[in-house]
Design a protein around this ligand. Structure first.
Ligand SMILES: N[C@@H](CCC(=O)N[C@@H](CS)C(=O)NCC(=O)O)C(=O)O
Length: 227
């Protein structure tokens, strides 16, 4: 049995949770929001999610965890055959992370505090996200899956990263980012329909009040930073 640490409102937590359920890996969930010394001994950077393996080792960083699961639990592979096809999947995930999710994530403090984001931050986020959009237009296929005809880790990863892009980036900037990438919104809607995605969404909704209480307390302790 492996243990997934984190909370259901985290998009990255949900990527790993999806993979565990998809591959039918026996697992338990350990609810943790981070922020303690003890947590740093499990997740060295202090981020959610982390995974404790069957042998008791701790792993963090979402794609690292998913790649580990892919190597150990061979049923239902989430990477295609062939180095180039696998690199394509990784490229989509990397572009999503660096040029769409992370810039949108910079706006989270403003979304939660209600304070306006400084113009310089907004301009930078827009600039980076524009590059991400152009890259995703080139890289994605939606035929019918994001990287082609096989369902891959990129489908899972991009779907949950889109939650931050749509719920934070698009909202704060009043800019429908996903609509800029042909096929993305329709594909994202379809991704919501699977039994696994529905169960994960139900858990996310159930976790929301507790997560909001946690984040409100956290924001009260730290001031908004534009780093
Ligand atoms: N690069 C990390 C990012 C994970 C991440 O940003 N997690 C958020 C929750 S969705 C978190 O732990 N935030 C708390 C913090 O940044 O201290 C990954 O891929 O797992």
């Amino acid at each position: 049995m492996v243990t997934l640490h984190g909370f259901s409102s985290s998009n990255y937590y949900n990527v790993v949770k999806y993979v565990l359920q998809y591959k039918e890996v026996p697992h338990e969930e350990h609810l943790v929001y981070g922020g303690t010394e003890e947590w740093l001994s499990i997740s060295p950077v202090g981020k959610v999610p982390a995974l404790t393996t069957e042998s008791g080792n701790h792993l963090s960083e979402t794609v690292v965890i998913c790649d580990y699961l892919e190597e150990v639990y061979l049923d239902k592979p989430l990477y295609p055959f062939g180095a180039e096809a696998r690199a394509h999947v990784r490229q989509i995930m990397k572009v999503m992370e660096l040029y769409l999710e992370l810039p949108s994530r910079r706006l989270i403090p403003y979304a939660f505090s209600g304070m306006p984001a400084p113009d310089a931050v907004l301009a930078d986020v827009k600039h980076v996200a524009s590059r991400g959009i152009e890259a995703m237009k080139q890289l994605t296929g939606f035929t019918p899956h994001i990287a082609g005809d096989q369902f891959t880790l990129a489908d899972v990863y991009v779907h949950y990263c889109n939650a931050v892009v749509q719920g934070i980036g698009s909202k704060i900037m009043d800019w429908d980012i996903l609509a800029e990438i042909p096929g993305m919104r329709e594909w994202n809607r379809n991704m919501r329909e699977s039994d696994i995605a529905r169960a994960i969404e139900a858990d996310r909704i159930a976790n929301e009040p507790e997560f909001h209480a946690y984040i409100t307390q956290y924001m009260a302790r730290s001031s908004v930073s534009d780093k």
